[in-house]
Design a protein around this ligand. Structure first.
Ligand code: SF4
Ligand code: SF4
Length: 224
């Protein structure tokens, strides 16, 4: 048992009752129990300040805090009616860029889904039909799905894409939906989104298989 010392006077010595002085509880009078006088006192203080401040504002002795907040320089905005302009390099929802014929630039190489640290891109590659000049050179995304709820908006997919086929320049942030399914963005929707300039294409040149500018081997060269 700890010793009774001047700094620890309340330790009970063995076999002795605890020493101490009983302090009577303060009496709760009807006035205290009713709370009414304190309530009225508080209201009187509030009303005194209210009338004093109102009188000073009406006489122009004090600036109106509401009107003052509407002056230039206030940073509050009325979201969602007003939206703050996003920075130039803001990473918004993804979009799939298109070729001149309206098909996706994506060649289903899976670089983006491989680079994605959140593993939220799912792609199923398909072969172009027999006779299509792109058959044998590249594939197309039969399925292209991004789970925007899992996405961490790192931009790695955009960096990894060799075809400038995926971008995050829509300037749109994910809407606060109420179900997980609504955050699953499929190919058709991703192809619908435009960049901030309203374009679905990309200014970067695209060399289609069969074009003289295409950097790969031609079929004739491959046959020999
Ligand atoms: S931004 Fe990052 S997390 Fe989102 S899809 Fe692209 S790579 Fe994945
Ligand atoms: S978006 Fe780009 S990186 Fe992703 S599969 Fe298509 S071409 Fe490859």
């Amino acid at each position: 048992m700890p010793k009774r010392t001047p700094s620890n006077p309340w330790t009970k010595p063995a076999g002795k009752p605890i020493e101490g002085k009983a302090i009577p509880r303060p009496r709760r009078t009807a006035e205290v129990q009713a709370y009414l006088p304190e309530f009225l006192r508080g209201m009187a203080i509030t009303m005194r300040h209210f009338f004093k401040n109102t009188k000073e504002m009406m006489l122009g002795q004090k600036p109106d805090p509401v009107l003052e907040a509407l002056n230039e320089g206030v940073t509050t905005i009325c979201y969602p009616e007003e939206k703050r302009p996003y920075p130039e390099r803001f990473r918004g929802l993804h979009r799939l860029t298109l070729r001149d014929d309206g098909s996706p630039r994506c060649v289903a190489c899976l670089c983006c889904s491989t680079a994605c640290p959140a593993q939220c891109i799912h792609i199923e590659a398909g072969e172009y039909a027999e006779g299509d000049k792109r058959r044998g050179y590249e594939r197309y995304p039969k399925t292209f799905v991004i789970d925007e709820l899992r996405c961490i908006f790192c931009g790695f997919c955009v960096e990894a894409c060799p075809c400038d086929a995926i971008r995050m320049d829509t300037g749109i942030h994910a809407t606060p939906y109420d179900s997980r399914e609504q955050f699953i963005y499929r190919k058709d929707l991703l192809m619908e989104f435009t960049g901030r300039d309203g374009s679905r294409t990309s200014a970067n040149p695209r060399h289609e298989p069969g074009d003289p500018t295409h950097p790969g081997l031609s079929r004739e060269q491959m046959d020999h």
